[in-house]
Design a protein around this ligand. Structure first.
Ligand SMILES: [Zn+2]
Length: 528
């Protein structure tokens, strides 16, 4: 009758379509992979950026203030409405043409590399050396999932959750927020958190991770027409990133998706394909409380979505055997993320070049090279340049180059800061100072006291003054300034990102959070 029921029936139709595929077609034997696609490739390793070239003349003078990253807004679950208004959210025009990037193809619910679907290429089960050698890519690596219930303006391009960039986004359009209630959202959050709890993966929802740390974002709500796919689906994820070489994916769970759909889309982004089994998250079959497979289970190719869609077959074979046509969810995810033990060690940061206190002529070039490491992979870092106390450059090193060429430096005193972050809110910063066209102060013995913990007030303020010593509101972290330059780190629990925003049960405060969620579950309105 109304928009309400129309929206709902559309969603139901979509999910029935998807489930029907699994039910109607009996288990047919899946043909072995395409014959001899001997070309292996690794589509999600990113561009091999060795050095970031920075024109300091532009950055400091002509484009001053334009090279400071502005993070997306923080989430606010209290903005979610009443469950009765669920279907009333505006949705994109269903007649909009598909705008999938040329190299992608939608097969059922799966978006796949065309060449993989056609059997022309297979995805390499092993990363290239160039990828493996970049800091932060080490396995196992801790990770963060951000469940986005508030929507936001997305931009189209290679996935980068930190800047709302998605290969499946309609460019510069508003992706709608979740139409259900906050209690409903919290129930989904709890279920997804439980699905991922054995792994080294935390789930965030009440605050957004800093841009520095790589995370997978799931947009919850909206409909398939809000993405660039061309036919209905319950959710969608970028296809075939075997063993999650990319760490900043954006996936979608449309409408009032079940929590198992949310978990399935997230795991698709990490390279898991569909399997059979009514109790399996990675299956179209069944409903209710599902889990990742803790043993090898039969892959579901043709009967689920069509031939050529098991993009990570060679990777699954590492865990279940060549020719097995099986997938072992937890073993594969465990390789990527490890288990849920707490990460107690902060990243370490050191400058290889230039030397702290270096003096240069105005107009000269300098190479900045840093060494960032941590006990687990998955960490990230950003580079901040302040000239005479004012930040002129503040950007995450998404390419993990860890090397910047600062060209044509205008005169001034420059504080160069690397801030590294892991998935347990440990932030380590290291600052050095260089003098360009100006003398260093006579007594420079203290100039290396730049290891400061710059608080975690990263939530959107790019207020020009992040230079060392500008710690605004650190409360309880006692130890600053080991002049060795490593491991000066803080735990931002209790700061503005405090507990309640992370649902990971492995964290302090997790118990209380889960208890709260369990309480809210009681008030969850039952959906049929
Ligand atoms: Zn799926």
């Amino acid at each position: 009758m109304s928009k309400h029921s129309m929206g709902l029936s559309k969603i139901l139709t979509a999910s029935i379509t998807v489930v029907g595929l699994g039910v109607l077609t009996s288990a047919t034997a899946v043909a072995a992979g395409p014959d001899g696609p001997d070309e292996l490739f690794s589509p999600f390793e990113g561009d091999a950026v060795e050095v970031h070239q920075l024109d300091m003349q532009k950055i400091v003078i002509e484009e001053r203030g334009q090279h400071i990253a502005v993070p997306p807004p923080q989430p606010d679950l209290s903005l979610l409405g009443d469950v009765d208004n669920f279907a009333a959210q505006p949705s994109a025009d269903p007649d909009k043409p598909s705008e999938l990037p040329d190299h992608l193809i939608q097969i059922g619910e799966v978006v796949q590399y065309k060449d993989v679907a056609l059997g022309l290429q297979q995805v390499s089960p092993y990363p290239t050396d160039a990828y493996a050698e970049k800091p932060g890519n080490e396995y196992p690596r801790k990770h963060t999932v951000f469940l986005n219930f508030n929507g936001g303006v997305l931009i189209k391009g290679a996935d980068n959750s930190a800047i709302n960039k998605s290969s499946l986004a309609r460019h510069n359009e508003m992706y709608p927020g979740y139409g259900g209630s906050e209690a409903n959202a919290l129930a989904k959050i709890q279920a997804v958190t439980e699905d991922l709890s054995p792994l080294g993966v935390r789930v965030m929802y009440a605050s957004r991770p800093n841009q520095t740390v790589p995370y997978t974002m799931c947009m919850i709500g909206g409909s398939w027409t809000d993405t660039t796919i061309d036919s209905p689906a319950g959710g969608v994820a970028p296809g075939t990133d075997c063993e999650a070489r990319g760490q900043r994916h954006v996936v979608y769970a449309f409408g009032d998706s079940a929590s198992s759909t949310i978990s399935q889309e997230i795991a698709h982004a990490w390279g898991l394909d569909h399997i059979l089994g009514f109790d399996m998250i990675m299956s179209y079959q069944g409903s209710g409380n599902k889990d990742f497979a803790s043993e090898c289970r039969t892959l579901c190719e043709e009967q689920c979505q069509g031939p050529g869609t098991i993009g990570c077959r060679l990777t699954h074979e590492k865990y279940c055997g060549v020719g097995s046509e099986e997938q072992w969810d937890y073993e594969e995810l465990g390789f990527i993320f490890g288990t849920n033990e707490e990460d107690t060690e902060p990243p370490s940061v050191a400058f290889i070049s230039p030397e702290d206190g270096a003096m240069l002529d105005a107009g000269s070039d300098v190479s900045v090279q840093v060494d960032v490491s941590d006990n687990y992979g998955g960490y990230g870092w950003k580079f901040t340049i302040a000239q005479d106390g004012e930040v002129v450059f503040d950007e995450v090193d998404y390419d993990r180059a860890a090397t910047w060429a600062l060209n044509k430096l205008p005169a001034g005193v420059y504080d160069l800061t690397i801030e590294a972050e892991d998935h347990n809110d440990h932030i380590t910063t290291k600052t050095i100072t260089i003098y360009v066209g100006t003398e260093a102060p006579a007594t420079t013995g203290d100039s290396d006291s730049g290891d400061s913990d710059s608080g975690a007030s990263d939530g959107g303020t790019s207020d020009g003054t992040a230079s060392a010593g500008d710690d605004d509101d650190d409360d309880d972290d006692a130890s600053a300034g080991s002049s060795e330059g490593t491991d000066t780190a803080i735990d931002t629990m209790g700061d503005d990102k405090g507990c309640g925003c992370h649902a990971s049960s492995s964290r302090t405060g997790g118990t209380a959070t889960l208890a709260l969620l369990a309480g809210l579950m009681l008030f969850r309105r039952r959906r049929s």
